[in-house]
Write a protein that binds this ligand. Structure first.
Ligand code: PEP
Ligand code: MN
Length: 351
């Protein structure tokens, strides 16, 4: 159920509707849009009787949402969600494409700083780096943990980049929340519902990767889990799905970008690194992702990929990242988008 407020409804009127919804035992989610505020009603107690809400002042109409996802849907918010970061010109979903660059794993301060410097100079606003790695083998490098988080906090200070890193369980989520600007939830955890709910109770943006075999609806429902707990800053990320194709690690499903944009107001970025698993395919698929209308790119960059502790084969060199940025900078204007230049000032407030 969705309560659509009148364009000029006051804050008090919105608050009164929310209180009424909560008094009925449901949860109210006021979502401001460009034209008007809509209030999503969630709860698992069956359908709400719209009668009493319809009569309240400031209410335009009460409508039933037929789709299983409610807060994710464009029904509740017609205009695109833009996620901004105070104290910086970084954003997801705005006119500027959100470019995220960095290694699969943080391996040492030297490695991380060297890559961060190149990524910032090339015009990215976000630095990615794994501190907790979900690895197929228990014997593979598992990440430096909190030490890596501290290195990334230093990168934010030195280079003015916002930090994105993955939480793999409840414990790492608490630590990631302390250090990062954006919490990544990986493909393997897309349906870890207790982790999604916990991330939903935090107030940091969440970058949610599509599960390896997730349908569009399952992907959107995973985002709904986060939003249903009150965290509305969710970024979707297509990172390839499992298919019979064996010329790439995964099959990058670019068609999900317009499919998501039709149904949801949330930003969606593309990760061609995991999506292809091959260094030589990252630039072409980045061009394609921007052309299809993605809101940004997530790219693995390494200064010495042959010796990377994870995902070296798909990591591009800093020089290739420069080339990628130059190419997508030329494609973006066709889509009425832009790609920023180098980070202007390195001094940013602590997040
Ligand atoms: C990663 O970003 O390094 C990662 C492990 O991604 P995914 O969850 O998409 O495999
Ligand atoms: Mn990786």
């Amino acid at each position: 159920m969705l309560v659509v407020m009148k364009a000029h409804a006051s804050e008090e009127q919105v608050r009164a509707v929310c209180e009424k919804v909560e008094s009925l035992g449901y949860r109210a989610h006021p979502i401001p849009g460009a034209q008007r505020t809509a209030i999503g009603i969630t709860g698992n107690r069956g359908t709400v009787d719209p009668g009493s809400l319809e009569e309240m002042s400031g209410v335009q109409e009460v409508i039933a949402v037929s789709k299983p996802y409610k807060l994710v849907s464009r029904d509740i918010k017609e205009d695109d969600t833009i996620i901004r970061f105070p104290g910086s010109d970084a954003s997801f979903g705005g006119r500027d494409l959100a470019i995220v660059g960095g290694p699969c794993s943080i391996e040492s301060p030297e490695q991380a700083f060297a890559i961060a410097e190149r990524v910032a100079k090339a015009g990215a606003r976000f630095f990615r780096g794994g501190a907790y790695k979900p690895r197929t083998s228990p014997y593979a490098f598992q990440g430096l943990g909190e030490e890596a988080l501290k290195i990334m906090a230093e990168i934010r200070e030195r280079y003015g980049l916002r930090i994105i890193t993955e939480a793999i369980d409840h414990e790492s989520l608490e630590l990631v929340d302390q250090y990062a600007d954006v919490i990544q939830i990986g493909a393997r955890n897309m349906q870890n519902f207790s982790l999604l709910k916990k991330a939903g109770r935090l107030r940091k943006p969440v970058l949610l990767k599509r599960g390896m075999s997730a349908t569009l609806e399952e992907f959107l429902m995973a985002a709904e889990y986060i939003m249903s707990e009150g965290n509305y800053d969710v970024i979707l990320c297509e990172r390839g799905v499992r298919t019979f194709a064996d010329h790439t690690r995964n099959t990058l499903d670019l068609s999900i970008v317009p499919a998501v944009q039709r149904l949801s107001h949330l930003p969606i970025v593309v990760d061609p690194s995991h999506g292809t698993g091959k260094r030589n395919k990252v630039i072409p698929l980045s061009r394609a992702a921007v052309a299809v209308g993605a809101d940004g790119l997530l790219i693995e960059v390494h200064n010495d990929p042959d010796h990377a502790l994870s995902d070296g084969a798909q990591s591009i060199y800093p020089d290739q990242f420069d080339q990628l940025m130059s190419e997508v900078r030329q494609i973006a204007p066709i889509l009425h988008r832009s790609v920023q230049g180098p980070v202007a000032h390195y001094a940013v407030a602590k997040a």
